[in-house]
Design a protein around this ligand. Sequence first.
Ligand SMILES: Nc1ncnc2c1ncn2[C@@H]1O[C@H](COP(=O)(O)OP(=O)(O)OP(=O)(O)O)[C@@H](O)[C@H]1O
Ligand SMILES: O=P(O)(O)OC[C@H]1O[C@H](OP(=O)(O)O)[C@H](O)[C@@H]1O
Length: 186
Amino acid sequence: MSEGGTVPGRLIAVVGPSGVGKDSLMEALCAKRPDLVRVRRVVTRAPEAGGEDFEAISPALFAARAAGGDFALHWQAHGLSYGIPREVHQTLARGQDALANLSRAMLGQAARVFPGLHVLHVTARPEVLAARLAGRGREGRAEIARRLARPAPAFPAGLTVTEIDNSGPLERAVDAALSALYPERV
Ligand SMILES: Nc1ncnc2c1ncn2[C@@H]1O[C@H](COP(=O)(O)OP(=O)(O)OP(=O)(O)O)[C@@H](O)[C@H]1O
Ligand SMILES: O=P(O)(O)OC[C@H]1O[C@H](OP(=O)(O)O)[C@H](O)[C@@H]1O
């Protein structure tokens, strides 16, 4: 329920294969649109892993918080647990849009939890993905192979989805995302 008649903000799900540029795109979008909120996820990843700004917690604590209803959404992937803190609902109620890196497998549930969900489906050519993961150096060769082999689930019908090809310069993907999200912008 929005606060005092304010038009609620949208949860903008940024999804796509590992290495496609989700984190890079979200960082660039927030730089262009300071009013955009990026959801700080709770992840059972080692705090020193680098990359996104996330809250690192143990699997046991994650399970307890999930059982306690702390997360608006949570899921498992890559041997990790990921949670979207329920406080994001307050952000949306204030009329702010929020960006969240979600699993493609969670989009049906996300649409039920977040009316007005907008999905940015980030894509890139397979050879580009492989090169970027190798260049980023966050995962080892075996984990990169596993991530590249991860099947892409079909999306549920009825979602608002914008496909963003990030095979080229990041700025091009940023412009495409902004045009889709804020068509009224000059
Ligand atoms: N348009 C682009 N051109 C060149 N390099 C890019 C572009 N977008 C992202 N990269 C680089 O590709 C690598 C992967 O990007 P990023 O970490 O944002 O992907 P991701 O989708 O968040 O990956 P993961 O799901 O594994 O976290 C990074 O090194 C990033 O700097
Ligand atoms: O392949 P799918 O299920 O879409 O995504 C798998 C995982 O990768 C991304 O997280 P990260 O980039 O690993 O932090 C997603 O948020 C999800 O947690």
